[in-house]
Design a protein around this ligand. Structure first.
Ligand code: GDP
Ligand code: MG
Length: 162
């Protein structure tokens, strides 16, 4: 089955999107201590499409000097395992240096990707979504994972990419 990894800096809404696509039944597949502790996999459903989805999270407690190293390792592992990527940024905040750091990782992977401008509900979000073009990762799909808006556009983007 197709596997998609949800990638992005902390707080962009990755877990919210994961929960939205997986529904109430969350599959906690790996609760071992270590880098994969917060990683979750689930069976996602979007219209008539079904796929496996990986939520990356996982900032472990620890020292700041290795923070980006851990984020990077976990993200790269998920990207490697996945057939495709949902790359999220926060349409309310706009692009940050951290977004660009993660964008570089996914760009290098060269896998099919949907760029998602999350938290795009309302007028503020729509304006912020435009910033996403600057990443060079394709047209941003405005979405509100929390309110369930934009899922039809995500469906279309998924069909176009795979
Ligand atoms: P993660 O760190 O990327 O997994 O982000 P979370 O899913 O934990 O969400 C971070 C915060 O953003 C939470 O407070 C969510 O409620 C909020 N959030 C997630 N999706 C949306 C959205 O579509 N709109 C708004 N306004 N907030 C959202
Ligand atoms: Mg999360």
């Amino acid at each position: 089955m197709l596997t998609i990894a949800i990638i992005g800096r902390p707080n962009v809404g990755k877990s919210t999107l994961f929960n939205r696509l997986v529904g109430k039944k969350l599959a906690l597949v790996d609760d071992r201590p270590g880098v994969t502790r917060d990683r979750r996999e689930g069976d996602a459903k979007l219209g008539d499409l079904t796929f496996k989805i990986i939520d990356t999270a996982g900032l472990e407690e620890g020292h700041e000097e290795t923070l980006s190293g851990r984020m990077r390792a976990q993200t790269e592992a998920a990207i490697e395992q996945a057939d495709g990527i949902f790359f999220l940024f926060d349409a309310r905040v706009g692009l940050t240096p951290e977004d660009r750091f993660f964008a570089q990782l996914v760009r290098r992977a060269g896998k099919p990707l949907v760029l998602i401008a999350n938290k795009a509900e309302g007028r503020v979000g729509t304006a912020g979504a435009i910033e996403g073009f600057d990443l060079g990762l394709g047209d941003p799909v405005p979405l509100s994972a929390e309110h369930g808006e934009g899922l039809a556009d995500l469906y279309e983007a998924l069909r176009e990419n795979w």
